[in-house]
Design a protein around this ligand. Structure first.
Ligand SMILES: *Cc1c(COP(=O)(O)O)cnc(C)c1O
Length: 232
């Protein structure tokens, strides 16, 4: 396996150190946050370097890109996360390629993932995407309709609903993202208690604000630019 460049290694060390420091500041247990390295537009060679630097989780927002990467790199070296919007007609293919689908925003997509999972004898692990910021450009269900969607999909055979995900509005300073993260966590707490669901996962935080997200309870941070540099 190709050794990581010193630049990639330094960036990864920096991100990991910041996650660890944020866990400590928040009194959370060390290692409770998973770093998902977002590899959209990143070449297979650089992804291989990241894997040799100990990256365990990769995020992609397109099914076809994941298929290509997995053909080049193999399927078993990492956990793959689908972080982009998913159409129902791609759900079957996505289920084959991804260990966790973050962006579920309809019962129809959840059901399509679950059907394929049952065919394959596995579980479709999903998060429901919530549009906390209310920006029209963002995917996800509204906070108000989140309980109803979770209630509609909770008992679908083959489906494991494990938490919530959000893509924050772009902010100038990382601290400005904090209210959205607080709202997603509060929504999760409320819905979990109301429906009697566990919902352990909160996927929130990107390159610009992942430390704040960790302070506010994120369990999955999705970081691309801070690891691989700006996308071309
Ligand atoms: C691109 C992307 C990321 C990573 O963004 P960076 O700012 O490069 O860290 C995270 N989540 C989603 C849903 C994305 O599309």
């Amino acid at each position: 396996m190709k050794a990581p460049s010193t630049q990639l290694q330094a960036r990864l060390d920096d991100v990991r150190g910041r996650i660890a420091a944020a866990e400590r500041r928040a009194g959370r247990s060390p290692g409770c946050v998973t770093l998902v390295a977002v590899v959209k537009t990143v070449g297979a060679e650089l992804i291989a370097e990241a894997l040799s630097a100990g990256v365990t989780d990769l995020g992609e927002n397109r099914v076809q890109e994941a298929e290509q990467h997995q053909q080049a790199l193999g399927r078993d070296g990492a956990r793959w996360h689908m972080i982009g919007p998913l159409q129902r007609n791609k759900a079957g293919r996505a289920l084959e390629r991804f260990d966790l689908v973050h962006g579920v925003e309809s019962a129809a997509v959840a059901a399509a993932l679950a059907r394929r999972a049952v065919d394959l004898g596995k579980l479709a692990r999903v998060l429901v995407q919530v549009n906390v910021s209310g920006e029209a450009s963002k995917h996800g269900v509204t906070p108000e309709s989140t309980p109803a969607l979770l209630d509609a999909i909770r008992d679908i055979p083959g489906l494991s609903v494990e938490g919530l995900m959000t893509v924050g509005a772009p902010v100038e300073r990382a601290a400005d993202a904090r209210p959205e993260f607080v709202r997603l966590r509060a929504l999760r707490d409320r819905v979990a208690a109301g429906l009697g669901l566990a919902l352990p996962q909160l996927s929130m935080g990107m390159s610009g604000d992942y430390e704040v997200a960790v302070e506010e309870g994120s369990t999955l941070v999705r970081v691309g630019t801070a690891i691989f540099g700006a996308r071309g």
